[in-house]
Design a binder for this molecule. Structure first.
Ligand SMILES: Cc1ncc(COP(=O)(O)O)c(C=O)c1O
Length: 536
């Protein structure tokens, strides 16, 4: 059966290409003593006695580093790079992660010398350019979210949630009672309950209704005087916009509770709807999702927290202010000097009062990160926002939603769609039909690799058993979407005709099924020569 499967793969794997090489030894294994990738010029300065200079710190035995020529190293890493999948190679439909293309203009701007070399210890007076960038990004994000004030400090989405819930706690404490619990719908991102728990709150689950939204009657029953907030991911992890959100805010506010919105999925709302206008008190954004800053390979991310004015005194220290009157940057006028330049109009910086960091914040929750946040990401996000402008950002949102719905329409006859509510930026199917043939969502995802695509998100969100979570983003052309749809339909056919082919995928990679449990629990991260080896 498997050999039949291997034959089939040759005819059916459309887009995939073989790797440059199937086996690559480690550099340590390739090393041979005395090989060099460089030759230094003779010493033209007085020699120093390194041992005397370094004292205790002087190393007696040189570290064991691999010895190779330059070309061997270049080829090694270039070959390894061909094993990676990247957004620059093809579609990356990893739902909930928003793996959109990172425009090159972002990188170009971030590499401008004065920005790339700016040091966080530079005095504010000499850092006005970069502070203007931070200020401008803050204004743009406030305009996009409809909120009053913001901190860019948090270094990731979950970190933003942490900072946001600290604000909630600090505000309740200022009212005399921190309260005990946070309500979280079952369609929330997994980081939401983790955040609530780490901030010392009890998590109370809210069951979604059949449309994937919040059951208002259940909510009304569950909100009480000990409810600090509701944390809602909107649009949710099943790609559904909570249409009752304004009413939800009213129910919470009537009991003195706050509405926290996980705004990591704002890529479905930018230019269309503003959380500040539908009752949200505090929210975070994921710049590394919505605003195209890179996050493959572990970041760095950025999770700004925007909130209503009553939470401003609690924002993490420091906050950016105009130093003539120490007014909050968010309170600077909508036009004239200091206004956001989202429309591409130029500002006359020379007329603006200087920007500075204010540390005089007696009610602040304190710092949540060293310095000011991941400034390189701020530059990229602002470049993206300004390069798109308001009309481009709106178009981006429309395209992201259109692409998800195109995939939904083209696949819903072959994959089960558990929630029929209109999809926003992502669509979640289940493997119900394929599971009847013994094929699970993870198998389909592995088979997708043979078709030249990165897998979608597997088995998440948890409220959909055997979830296939697909988020194409706005980056994909109709041709690429059609290739993906063709691959998914072809896999559905294979499940019917040759399920073993799917269950044993991938067939085109250097290694096939890995022991994922072993890899997660006992990772081997360090090379060591075999016991008894002469290299030891
Ligand atoms: C909806 C949602 N909330 C929160 C997060 C957490 O963000 P981060 O991974 O940057 O901590 C994510 C990450 O993808 C997300 O999709």
């Amino acid at each position: 059966m498997i050999s039949e499967a291997k034959d089939m793969k040759k005819t059916q794997t459309g887009k995939v290409r073989a790797h440059q090489t199937q086996n690559e030894a480690l550099l340590f294994e390739k090393s041979s003593p005395g090989k060099r990738g460089y030759k230094l010029a003779p010493l033209d300065v007085p020699a120093v006695d390194v041992a005397a200079l370094l004292g205790e710190a002087h190393r007696k035995v040189a570290g064991e580093l691999p010895e190779l020529s330059e070309i061997e190293i270049i080829r090694h890493f270039t070959r390894l790079s061909t094993w990676n999948y990247a957004i620059d190679l093809g579609m990356y439909p990893l739902g909930s992660c928003t793996m959109k293309y990172n425009p090159r203009v972002n990188e170009w701007v971030a590499r401008i010398e004065g920005l790339a070399d700016a040091h966080p210890y530079r005095p504010d007076a000499l850092a006005q350019g970069i502070l203007e960038i931070i200020d401008n990004l803050q204004r743009c994000l406030l305009e996009i979210t409809g909120m009053d004030t913001i901190t860019l400090q948090p270094a990731a989405g979950a970190h933003g949630e942490f900072a946001g819930i600290l604000l909630v706690r600090a505000w309740h404490e200022s009212q005399g009672n921190a309260r005990k619990k946070i309500l979280i719908p079952d369609s929330a991102h997994g980081t939401n309950p983790a955040t609530a728990a780490i901030c010392g709150y009890t998590v109370e689950n809210l069951k979604s209704n059949s449309e994937g939204g919040i059951d208002l009657e259940a909510l009304t029953r569950q909100v009480d005087d000990e409810t600090a907030a509701l944390m809602i991911t909107n649009p949710s992890t099943i790609g559904v916009f909570e249409s009752q959100i304004a009413r939800i805010a009213e129910i919470l506010h009537a009991k003195g509770a706050l509405l926290y919105m996980d705004g990591a999925n704002m890529n479905a709302l930018v230019g269309k709807a503003r959380p500040g206008d539908f009752g949200v008190d505090v929210m975070h954004l994921n710049l590394h999702k919505t605003f195209s800053t890179p996050h493959g390979g572990g970041g760095p991310g950025s999770g700004p927290v925007a909130c209503k004015a009553f939470l401003e005194p609690f924002l993490p220290t420091p906050v950016l202010v105009r130093c003539d009157n120490k007014s909050m940057v968010s309170q600077v006028p909508k036009s004239g000097p200091g206004a956001p330049i989202l429309d591409g109009e130029s500002n006359n910086n020379s007329r603006q009062p200087q920007l500075t960091w204010s540390y005089d914040r007696p009610k602040s929750v304190g710092r949540v990160r060293a310095f000011y946040g991941n400034v390189g990401m701020f530059i990229r996000a602002l470049a993206y926002i300004l390069a798109n402008g308001p009309d481009g950002l709106r178009q981006t949102t429309e395209d992201a939603v259109l692409n998800a719905n195109y995939i939904r329409a083209k696949l819903e006859d072959v994959y089960e769609l558990p929630y029929k509510t209109a999809s926003m930026h992502e669509v979640v199917f289940s493997d119900k039909r394929q599971a009847a043939r013994g094929v699970k969502t993870g198998d389909i995802a592995k088979r997708l690799i043979d078709y030249g695509f990165h897998p979608y998100t597997v088995s998440f969100p948890m409220i959909v058993a055997g979830a296939l979570m697909i988020e194409p983003t706005e980056s994909e052309s109709l041709e690429e979407l059609d290739l993906f749809i063709e691959a998914m339909r072809s896999i559905a056919r294979e499940v019917e005709e040759t399920p073993e082919l799917v269950k044993t995928a991938p067939h085109s990679t250097r290694v096939s099924r890995l022991d994922e449990v072993q890899a997660a629990r006992k990772p081997i991260l360090r090379w060591a020569p075999a016991v008894g080896s002469k290299d030891r």
